[in-house]
Ligand binder design. Structure first.
Ligand SMILES: [Zn+2]
Length: 187
């Protein structure tokens, strides 16, 4: 977080809170000359926005940090921590919140939109296989589990299997007797 204010007498004040420190920077410009001074105070992270008061000809900054409230006397010849002053006749000076993440946010804005990836050309149909179901469009054949369908081959080969009606054993084609129990088969 950072704040700034213009004080009387061509003085510009900037206050920034980084980690546990508050840095106060005072820039005075007069007769084309610029003087700046800065001081850091260990205040902790601000619990409330800083407040700036003018008391007579002096400026006092009130910081409400993790480590408590501190008062900083701001003068052209020095910035110092002082005991809490009487703020009865003090005039509060508005501090402008300055965006200390301006660089980051402008980077975000200037970042060009990610270009759309060109659509890949359609690939020729690949044989599909899902679980025990497979389909091949090119040969027009489909297989689902034990059932198979081939549209190129119109012959439906329903193999007639023979089973022994005595014991249920599958019999070899054209066998006359059951290989298991010797029962005579019909064919
Ligand atoms: Zn049998």
């Amino acid at each position: 977080m950072s704040y700034a204010a213009n004080l009387t007498g061509n003085q510009h004040l900037a206050i920034a809170n980084t980690r546990d420190k508050t840095t106060i920077n005072l820039v005075s410009s007069s007769f084309g000359q610029q003087q700046s001074q800065s001081s850091s105070f260990t205040t902790g992270i601000w619990q409330a926005p800083p407040q700036l008061y003018q008391i007579g000809t002096n400026f006092v900054l009130k910081l409400n940090g993790e480590r408590g409230i501190s008062h900083i006397l701001i003068q052209a010849n020095g910035i110092s921590n002082i005991a809490p002053p009487a703020l009865g006749n003090a005039i509060e000076i508005e501090l402008q919140k300055t965006n200390d993440s301006a660089i980051d946010s402008s980077n975000m804005k200037s970042k060009p939109m990610e270009l759309m990836k060109p659509i890949e050309p359609m690939k020729p149909m690949q044989p599909m296989k899902m679980g025990n179901m497979s389909m091949d469009i090119n040969s027009m054949s489909m297989q689902m589990g034990n059932m198979s369908l081939n549209m190129n081959d119109t012959k439906t080969s329903t193999s007639t299997k023979l089973f022994c009606d005595q014991c249920g054993q599958e019999a070899r084609p054209n066998a006359r007797f059951c290989s298991s129990c010797g029962h005579q088969l019909d064919n």
